[in-house]
Unconditional design. Structure first.
Length: 225
C-alpha cells in the first residue's frame, strides 16, 4: 500500500493539453473532497506525481495552493498532510450553508416552473436509487447536484457565487455522514420539491433550513454512531 493511499489504477493519468498546473490542483482537490485522500493523510509528492502521470513540480505547486486554501497542511520537516477540520470549522461552514440554501429554496419556490421541478424530481430519484444501491459516492455527488439545481432555480447570481465557494467543503463534510443520512435526506428533498412546486416560499425555507440543520447535527454526532 502506498502512503498516499491510492492503489495503482484508481486515478486516471492527466492529459497533457491545457493548463497542467490547474488540472493537477483540481484532481487533488477532488480526491480530498471525496475523501479518497483522508483527513490527516500524509501526501508524498513523488507518489502523487506517479499516480497522476506528471512531474513533481505541478504537484508541489498544487499542494502549496491547497495549503493556502486550507485543504492541506504543510508541516516543516514533515511534509504535506490533508487538513483535519475541527468541529468549529465544520459548524461555521455548515451554518453559513444553511443561510445560503434557505434563501435559495425561497427564491426557487418563487420562480421555478415545471421544467425545474422535473429536474429536481429526476435528481431525487437518482439519489434514492444510489441510497438503495449503497453507492455512497453517487449519493454524495447527486446530493450536491440537487442542491446546485435548487441554487440555479433561485436565479440569484450573487447567491450562486457565494454558494459555489462553500460547495466543495460541504461535500467534504457530507461524505462521512452520507450513509447515516441515507433515505431520510432524500425524504426531506421530496418535501422540498413539494414546497417549491406549490410555490410556498415560507414552507420551502423551513424545509431547507431543517434539512441542512439535520446534516450539521449528524456531522457532529457522527463519532457516536
Amino acid at each position: 500500500m502506498l502512503s498516499a493511499g491510492l492503489p495503482q489504477g484508481t486515478v486516471p493519468k492527466l492529459e497533457r493539453p491545457g493548463p497542467l498546473r490547474e488540472r493537477v490542483y483540481e484532481a487533488l482537490l477532488e480526491l480530498i473532497t471525496t475523501r479518497a485522500l483522508r483527513p490527516g493523510q500524509h501526501l508524498v509528492e513523488s507518489e502523487l506525481a506517479g499516480h497522476l502521470g506528471v512531474s513533481r513540480q505541478p504537484v508541489r505547486e498544487a499542494l502549496q495552493r491547497l495549503n493556502t486554501e486550507g485543504w492541506v497542511d504543510l508541516r516543516p520537516a514533515q511534509g504535506a498532510f490533508v487538513h483535519e477540520p475541527t468541529e468549529e470549522e465544520a459548524d461555521q461552514l455548515l451554518s453559513v450553508r444553511t443561510l445560503l440554501e434557505a434563501e435559495a429554496a425561497r427564491l426557487a419556490a418563487a420562480h421555478s416552473g415545471r421544467p425545474g421541478i422535473e429536474a429536481l424530481e429526476e435528481l431525487c430519484a437518482r439519489g434514492e436509487q444510489a441510497v438503495a444501491d449503497d453507492d455512497v459516492d453517487l449519493a454524495v455527488a447527486t446530493n450536491a447536484a440537487f442542491h446546485a439545481k435548487v441554487m440555479e432555480l433561485a436565479g440569484n447570481v450573487v447567491l450562486s457565487e457565494l454558494a459555489a465557494q462553500v460547495d466543495r467543503r460541504v461535500r467534504w463534510y457530507y461524505t462521512p455522514v452520507a450513509r447515516q443520512r441515507g433515505t431520510q435526506s432524500w425524504t426531506e428533498h421530496r418535501e422540498l420539491i413539494a414546497a417549491i412546486a406549490s410555490r410556498d416560499e415560507r414552507r420551502a425555507t423551513e424545509v431547507m433550513r431543517a434539512h441542512t440543520e439535520h446534516t450539521r447535527q449528524t456531522y457532529h454526532l457522527r463519532e457516536q454512531s
